[in-house]
Design a binder for this molecule. Structure first.
Ligand code: AMP
Length: 501
């Protein structure tokens, strides 16, 4: 960080300085710190905001270390429109963190930090004067870790869009390099924005940004029960899906699925709108075409024979709509974007990727054989399924399916979610919205609770995050504020989940 001239502001260091000078703040904070607990928000926030407004921080930008450590602290920064450009999470397994703290020693003369095993002092003289932080005992470190985990999930919700996870369990030179390259990127982007006269930047320091209306939706847009959705809500989701899909493709993933079940995209609800699905597909296809890719957008054709021919209701007319849609002034349709159906013969040599619109089985007709033939032909080119419904259904009368049931299920499961969104309701109801689940590649699945505010507004707060989509019991426990891994009880109260778990 030294390279970038940022002012390093560590709340732990600031607090320890207050304690050792015996100030009023120090005396109040000491007891909490020694117990491995968080110092009350008002004390720390006042201290940090005073430090951030000093000239050096305003001029040179800053690196906040150890703050915010609670949802309330993150919100205090948001209220003051103090925004970082990047939020770095250093991911390290618990046992290693505990060992790092227990072995940590501080040289009171030079303020240099050592570790008895990993980074021992250079001389016996230094070794003799090293001190241990009072909160670095195993018991207190464990308690700090517990508090950290509880709070970090809530804080991440504020910074999801700028969050970068870095594997912190590697040699420090490697980690430094990775952080450095992220910061260089941020610097480049900031310079670019500045050149283009972007008004997002409010101060010379580039570190304090004004909030935009979209920033209020860092978590989940509100008013999702207002149908039809506003243009802003639809655009939020298109962008959210696009960013997740781009990240997955850039990471070399090739079998992807997007499951976005906002009410307008959820065929189980009577407010389902085909136009919203088509707009989402258009945003994805145009963006990849802008990157120079040849994109094939595919809709399954009618299936079955003779009088039994037909297609799922949800897709009726889709292909025609796609052809009539506005594909931009540059005539992308027919050049970079082609429209096709589902099957091996749709895969042309020049196609770079395939977007398949809501592929689904209908009673008597199973799309999976065609889909499998198509993905086999596509090889390592990306295939993205948008809102697929591939629950296993028997094939049409008399026509044997080439794949057996197990194989069909295995195939359907081979697509990785790059995006997932679903509202939560009590079983059997569609009102009120209780919460939401959101997963955006490569981040964890987030569970949100919807809260009605006294002002009549609503908001979503993050309750917990999960590496996999949570089970009904896990959702129940999180809503009831129970810690993880408790003995499981009832089967759950959530509706609309049976189809997705
Ligand atoms: P650290 O050096 O960052 O591990 O911080 C040491 C101790 O200072 C923590 O265990 C807390 O007691 C206190 N502390 C540091 N930063 C904060 C914060 N942002 N909010 C509350 N307490 C804090």
């Amino acid at each position: 960080m030294f390279l970038f001239g940022l002012v390093h502001i560590s709340t732990g260091d600031l607090l320890r300085a207050e304690v050792s000078s015996g100030t009023e703040i120090g005396n109040k904070a000491k007891e909490f710190m020694n117990a491995g607990r968080l110092v009350p928000d008002e004390i720390v926030t006042a201290m940090v905001t005073a430090r951030l407004s000093r000239e050096d921080a305003v001029e040179r930008g800053w690196l906040l270390d150890g703050y915010p450590r609670s949802f309330a602290q993150a919100q205090s920064l948001e209220k003051l429109k103090i925004r970082p450009d990047i939020y770095i999470v250093l991911d390290v397994p618990d046992e290693i963190l505990i060992n790092r703290c227990i072995g940590r020693r501080l040289d009171p003369v030079t303020r240099k930090i050592y570790h008895i095993k990993n980074f021992p002092p250079e001389t016996e003289e230094i070794k003799a004067r090293l001190v241990i932080r009072p909160d670095d005992t195993e018991e207190k470190v464990k308690s700090r870790l517990e508090i950290y985990k509880r709070n970090s999930e809530a804080i991440s919700s504020t910074y999801l869009k700028i969050m970068t996870k870095i594997d912190g369990n590697r040699p420090k030179e490697e980690i430094f390099k990775e952080i450095e390259s992220f910061l260089l990127q941020v610097q480049k982007d900031t310079e670019k924005m500045e050149k283009s006269g972007n008004t997002l930047l409010e101060s010379k320091s580039h570190k304090i940004q004004a909030s935009t209306s979209e920033d209020n939706w860092r978590g989940i847009p509100t008013r999702l029960n207002n149908i039809p959705h506003s243009r802003e809500i639809r655009e939020y989701f298109y962008k959210d899906v696009l960013e997740a899909t781009q990240r997955a493709i850039n990471d070399g993933r090739t079998r992807l699925k997007v499951e976005n079940n906002i009410p307008e995209l959820n065929p189980e609800m009577d407010v389902y709108r085909i136009g919203t699905l088509m707009e989402l597909v258009r945003v994805l296809a145009l963006s990849f075409a802008d990157d120079g890719k040849q994109v094939k957008v595919c809709v399954q054709g009618s299936m079955g024979e003779g009088a039994l021919a037909g297609m799922p209701l949800q897709l009726a007319g889709t292909r025609k709509i796609l052809e009539y849609m506005d594909w931009g002034d540059y005539g992308a349709l027919g050049t970079f974007i082609k429209i096709g159906s589902v099957g091996a013969k749709e895969v042309d040599e020049q196609d770079d990727m395939f977007i398949i619109v809501a592929p689904q089985n209908a009673v008597g007709n199973c799309i999976i054989d065609d889909l499998k033939a198509m993905t086999d032909a596509a090889g390592n080119r990306p295939v993205i399924l948008i809102n697929p419904r591939l629950k296993d259904l028997p094939g049409s009368s008399g026509i044997m399916q080439t794949m057996g049931r197990d194989k069909r299920l295995e195939y359907a499961g081979s697509f990785q979610n790059c995006y997932f969104f679903r509202l939560l309701y009590y079983a059997g109801t569609q009102y009120p919205i209780m919460g939401a689940l959101r997963m955006s590649y490569p981040y964890r699945c987030e569970l949100y609770k919807r809260i009605d505010e006294p002002s009549g507004k609503e908001k979503y707060v993050i309750l917990s995050t999960f590496t996999e989509r949570p089970t009904i019991n896990e959702i129940n426990d999180a809503f009831q504020g129970k810690p993880r891994n408790e003995a499981k009880n009832t089967s759950g109260i959530w509706g609309f989940l049976s189809g997705i778990f």
